[in-house]
Ligand binder design. Structure first.
Ligand SMILES: Nc1ncnc2c1ncn2[C@@H]1O[C@H](COP(=O)(O)OP(=O)(O)OP(=O)(O)O)[C@@H](O)[C@H]1O
Length: 220
């Protein structure tokens, strides 16, 4: 399913962070959101991920409107379509690595089975850590738990915010490979990152000009 963002606008108090942002993102491709610090990259990802609301504009995933929708629809979209890879990995600290992976609610097509969970954990080299609470894991290990969870969920739309900022080169390469694979399986992948190691992952870039710049955002 493709993603369409039309005339997206967001302000905090009386400060406009971005306005009139358009994006037509195709299934199977990776899009990097760029722009100066404070231009609203995380805010835009949060709005597209239904963690915050836009002040104006619309978002569609396929034919489905994602703006102005009731909480139960937000919940369904999170469950069935959205996957996140954020800097803090979004894991439940007190749960084991295995439970964090297994709990991925899965797509509407299928729910993950235990074998999916162990396969994914094996792929990312974290099988031996299955029974460890995630707060005991290193940053790189937590990232691989988050990736295993993402891979078995197979989201329609993947949102990654500075996913590699605390990672070494090997783990960064694992991140990039997994995000590319999710796109190859049909996801739209949007990521915001200052990390030049992720430059090759971007099929397209969306530039947010920042509050003081013009509105000439560009899809390069
Ligand atoms: N909940 C909030 N309330 C008020 N202002 C906020 C809130 N969230 C973000 N902002 C402000 O919105 C602006 C955009 O923040 P955002 O984190 O989206 O920028 P960014 O482009 O991701 O920045 P960076 O590249 O530094 O991570 C910043 O000036 C930030 O202080």
């Amino acid at each position: 399913m493709d993603l369409h963002v039309e005339s997206a606008t967001k302000s905090f108090a009386d400060r406009t962070i971005f306005s009139a942002i358009d994006l037509a993102a195709e299934s199977g491709l990776c899009y990097r959101i760029t722009g100066p610090s404070g231009s609203g990259k995380s805010t835009l990802l949060n709005c597209i991920g239904l963690l915050e609301e836009l002040d104006g504009g619309e978002i569609f995933l396929g034919d489905e409107r994602m703006t102005g929708i009731p909480a139960r629809t937000v919940h369904r979209l999170h469950r069935d379509h959205l996957g996140f890879l954020f800097q803090n990995f979004g894991l439940v600290d007190s749960w084991t690595a295995e439970k964090n992976v297994r709990i991925a609610t899965g797509s509407h097509r299928r729910r993950p089975h235990r074998s999916d969970t162990s396969d994914a954990m094996s792929r990312f080299g974290i099988s031996a850590l299955a029974e460890q609470p995630t707060h005991c894991l290193s940053g790189g290990e937590q990232q691989r738990v988050a990736l295993a969870r993402l891979m078995i969920k197979e989201p329609t739309l993947v949102l990654a915010d500075e996913p590699t900022s605390s990672l070494d080169d090997d783990n960064t390469a694992i991140d990039a490979e997994a995000l590319r694979e999710l796109a190859d399986r049909g996801a739209v992948v949007l990521f915001a990152s200052h990390d030049s190691r992720l430059t090759p992952l971007a099929d397209h870039e969306l530039l947010l000009p920042g509050p003081s710049a013009t509105r000439d955002q560009q899809l390069l």
